[in-house]
Design a protein around this ligand. Sequence first.
Ligand code: NAD
Length: 287
Amino acid sequence: MTIILDGKALAKKIKAELKTHIEELQPKIGRPPGLAVLMVGDNPASAAYVRNKERSCKKIGMASFGKHFPAQTSQKELTQVIQQLNEDERVDGILVQLPLPEHLDSVALLHTIHPDKDADGLHPINLGHLVRGEEGLQSCTPAGVMRLLEEYNIELQGKNAVIIGRSILVGKPLALMLLAKNATVTIAHSHTVDLPSVTGNADIVVAAVGKPNLLTKGMVKENAIVVDVGINRVVDEETEKASLVGDVDFENVKEIAEFITPVPGGVGPMTVAMLLYNTVKSYAKKV
Ligand code: NAD
């Protein structure tokens, strides 16, 4: 029997726990936690993500300092906004919604965020803590994957884990997190020769590429644990209806996997939960 790793349910549980934690901390700190999500331009997918994050903030009693800037906003202006938010006592977390319009240097902006307010865990200081195995704010999507595996008591020690995708947002930090749990980690990417032979030996496969049906049944070992990070918008040719799918051929792979995440309802909601978790973690330090 394949077990579906229910990220939606776990994210709901984490948010309920964070809400209670905030209620306990607020009398001591004298204000709610605050998260500032900065969005530039009108990318519809980003706008939907930002709305979702702001809605989640409200639900758990977190103040939202979201700012939406026109596409032509300058690097200097955004740098100044981040610097102000770094100084703002009401703000515990700052997030720049990616991707940004082409004229902006997103890495320089991420470096401007104070490491203690780096809700997305992408500042080099926090990534450095991760490399060294030290305490710090961790990148939300990989941290969400780890939390989901933990919830289902999935043993990682000694397991062969293959991550497809080597981005700084997902693949690289996830590899370090799995290593810290004593898994044997392989990262595959666009130059990997013979991907099926790499994934075919994996006890745990994580797909983080952005290509529908990249991981098919023939590439996965029986009883493997399959985590789908991908989010792809596809349009049905007949009905012209759009839907979201991952990188895994879910219907077929689920026939042989022991555990598998769905899309939507798997890693996506966990990412938002970990963003809130990071913000509350920074807030709790104020006690
Ligand atoms: P990215 O484009 O930065 O990285 C993609 C990676 O895939 C690269 O490392 C590339 O080498 C690799 N790749 C490309 N083609 C390949 C192939 N044919 N075989 C093997 N590897 C290949 O993307 P990203 O930011 O890491 O995001 C990856 C996917 O995850 C996207 O679909 C994105 O939307 C999704 N995502 C989801 C969440 C979430 O919350 N669920 C969060 C972040 C990203």
